[in-house]
Write a protein that binds this ligand. Structure first.
Ligand code: GTP
Ligand code: MG
Length: 699
């Protein structure tokens, strides 16, 4: 094959680079899509495809990849990136051009992956991103020289400001040459042996130059074929070939040569040379402000105070400023209900709309302002770089129970929603640590718990101040997080014993969060929340309303008719099991509904108490205060309110999570196990609250 080939019939452009180098930012600029961007490594864990118009009638596919530091991959997200680059990912065409995105402020580390991609002899354009940060660090990069040294086009770029995007497009449109000559060299002995294996591979396996060199390096350095996801070369190659490899390896061993370190060293030597030729540094090359902030926020004591402080402020705002728009939405739905009743004839349909749909869906939509505030904070932390610091201090606390440091980004993401959290566990190399993280992640309180906690806190202390409410909420979040620690420790001791790997996490520099990105994320998230309200919650509201309204008992009081309904019968059947928790059949109905989605508890309670009373209820809080057992004793005592919250802290009440765990663990076994153990813990914890509290003399 000739060493030079011009590619101008480009169809597939692949974006590759180290984690957090700005790939997705470039992808979004290219495709006008809105994939998630964040200032920490490991945001993207799947490949994403979009299209880019190079000219009016020239459309190409663009693929965004998870970040990786090298092609010697260890985790699932890195594996995805490698497979696409090697052109052997199913349903993904081989890349015609790789846009290799380098963080200009960390050139040395970023160029390592570049050398490996170059070894694949793919046409490359370098996007030299984060030029602004390189400058802030005092780095000056001579782009032309760098391009000459690397042997590929280099486009300086500040992706967040759209600088360089047009130039890269133009570069791709003009066609990129795959001109390649390996410039890094190992010792002559080693080079010879590599050559030898390359020849064998070409002969026996019919590989081309491109594949053979990478494969030879992989076999020699990690004893594993790059061309296979299988772990051992024995499963992959014929006896005869293995025999020759073994001979070469023995020879190297005798000489005391190690291919792996030799290759790494050779690459870095060359990289150092390139950097020396093309960059100059003024100052010490660090970002002083980042260091200063880190000394505080990752401090052993102040770091935690800061973390708890910002969480408290977040919850305070969730209860204080959110209450105004919430009252407004509440008023709107109340008016809508009253208006519907006034214009429609009384009957089943009106009842369905007012007591089923409006009470159910409206009861959940009220929480939109709180969700918005939560996601504003989460987006802010992810974008400014604080999330990685929170993971860092968490690691210091929880490494003692055996939780792997890489678990904390997935776990912290689960505060938003367990599903992206569970997906993010793909970045964890060890399959046992990954599984453990997936198993405990749903205990981190997600945004769907917010409505439940809010309703129960209001019932617990009707006159509480926003700070008190925030304190209780923080307590629930802390309880879930503690549950993660305890269960991780337990799994480590029992099911998933193994050594703890060392934690290496890059702490990204602080960046000014892009408010546009945060707003877009908030919009996406509230869109999802409203969609849930309009689909699963609406459907569950209708189903539960029907189960609560039939069979009809016109001659009974509202309360008795509800108890005799299908749902009432189910609740009554459950009562013996949940009475030890202080829950009655009506709470039982809510619990059953909430296994579809947690918010359904709130919508169901709205429907229950609307049907339970002769008159429409003013608010759920008042209805809770008036609800009693048949003997007249109050139902929602403080212990019951706390018990319900504690139940929701632990219970896995989310069909989507079960489905994702099933997909990510490749079977039903762990998904069902998780559902079972979390439900059991939820039950036992609520039981402990109620019975323990009563023993201590509370009610
Ligand atoms: N200052 C600066 N920040 C940038 C630039 N490009 C991207 N960023 C920021 O860098 C962070 C990482 O960007 P992403 O696009 O998510 O990076 P990625 O390479 O896709 O990261 P992974 O998906 O984790 O591999 C985000 O906070 C971006 O806003 C740039 O040119 N300058
Ligand atoms: Mg990304």
């Amino acid at each position: 094959m000739p060493e030079t080939a011009v590619k101008n019939s480009i169809q597939t452009v692949v974006l590759a680079g180290n984690p957090n180098s700005g790939k997705t930012t470039v992808f979004n600029a290219f495709t006008k899509l809105r994939q998630k961007v964040g200032n920490y490594p490991g945001v993207t864990v799947e490949k994403k495809t979009g299209t880019l118009a190079l000219a009016k009638d020239r459309i190409v596919n663009v693929i965004d990849l998870p970040g990786t530091y090298s092609l010697a991959v260890r985790s699932i997200d890195e594996q995805i990136a490698r497979d696409v680059l090697l052109g052997r990912a199913p349903d993904t065409p081989k890349p015609d051009v790789v846009v290799c995105i380098l963080d200009a402020s960390n050139l040395e580390r970023n160029l390592y992956l570049f050398t490996q991609i170059q070894d694949l002899k793919l046409p490359i354009v370098v996007a030299l991103n984060m030029m602004d940060e390189a400058e802030a660090k005092g780095l000056t990069i001579d782009v032309d020289k760098l391009s000459k040294e690397l042997g590929v086009p280099v486009v300086p770029m500040i992706a967040t400001q759209n600088k360089g995007i047009e130039e890269i497009k133009q570069c791709i449109a003009e066609g990129v040459e795959a001109r390649y000559e390996r410039k890094w060299r190992m010792s002559p002995d080693l080079e010879e042996d590599v050559e030898h294996i390359v020849r064998l591979l070409k002969q026996h396996e019919g590989m081309d130059d491109n594949a053979a060199f990478s494969e030879a390096m992989s076999i020699l350095s990690i004893g594993r074929p790059i061309a296979s996801s299988k772990d051992s070369i024995k499963e992959f190659y014929k006896e005869e070939f293995l025999f020759q490899i073994q001979a070469i390896q023995d020879k190297l061993k005798k000489k005391g040569l190690r291919a792996r370190s030799a290759a790494v060293e050779a690459r870095y030597n060359w990289i150092k040379h390139v950097i020396k030729q093309s960059t100059t540094t003024e100052g010490d090359g660090t970002l002083a402000l980042t260091d200063r902030i880190d000394a505080f926020v990752t401090h052993k004591i102040f770091g935690w105070l800061f973390f708890i402080g910002v969480m408290s402020i977040m919850f305070y705002l969730i209860f204080s400023i959110a209450s105004y728009p919430m009252d407004l939405i509440d008023g709107l739905f109340a008016a809508l209900g009253a208006w519907t009743e006034s214009v429609m004839p009384p009957g089943i349909l009106t009842d369905l709309i007012v007591n089923g749909v409006i009470a159910g869906v409206g009861g959940v939509v009220i929480f939109l302002p709180q969700i918005l505030i939560l996601f504003f904070f989460i987006g802010f932390f992810q974008d400014c770089g604080y999330m990685a610091r929170a993971a860092f201090i968490m690691d210091r606390l929880m490494s003692k129970v055996g939780l792997h440091g890489k678990s904390f980004i997935p776990l912290l993401s689960s505060y938003a929603c367990a599903i992206p959290g569970i997906m993010a566990a793909r970045t964890i190399e060890s399959s046992k640590d990954r599984l453990m993280t997936i198993l405990v992640a749903p205990m981190m309180s997600c945004s769907a718990r917010l409505p439940v906690y809010t309703v129960m806190i209001a019932a617990l202390i009707p006159e509480a101040s926003a700070w008190q409410k925030a304190g209780i909420m923080l307590g629930m979040y802390a309880l879930g997080t503690a549950g993660v620690g305890v269960m991780a420790w337990f799994f480590k001791k029992t099911l998933l014993k193994h050594q703890k790997p060392i934690f290496i996490m890059e702490l990204p520099p602080y960046r000014f969060p892009s408010f546009k990105a945060i707003m877009l994320q908030m919009a996406d998230r509230s869109g999802m929340f409203l969609k849930r309200a309009g689909t699963i919650i609406l459907a569950m509201s209708i189903v539960l309303w029907a189960l609560m309204s039939f069979p009809k008992h016109d001659n009974l009081s509202a309360h008795d008719a509800l108890q005799k309904s299908y749902a009432g019968q189910i609740g009554t059947m459950m009562e013996p099991a949940i009475k030890p928790l202080g829950f009655d059949w009506r709470i039982g109905i809510g619990l059953v509904g909430s296994f579809a989605a947690r918010e359904v508890f709130v919508s169901t309670m709205n429907i229950v108490f609307n049907l339970d009373e002769e008159e429409e209820i003013e608010s759920l809080r008042d209805a809770f205060q008036q609800a009693t057992w048949p003997d007249g004793s109050p139902l929602f005592t403080p212990l019951v309110c706390i018990g319900i919250m504690v139940f929701f802290v632990f219970a896995l009440q989310c069909l989507s999570t079960v489905a994702v765990v099933w997909r990510e663990t490749g079977g039903w076994r762990w998904a069902l196990f998780q559902l079972f153990y979390l439900t059991l813990i939820a039950y036992l914890a609520a039981l402990a609250v109620y019975q323990g509290g009563r023993l201590l003399g509370y009610s």
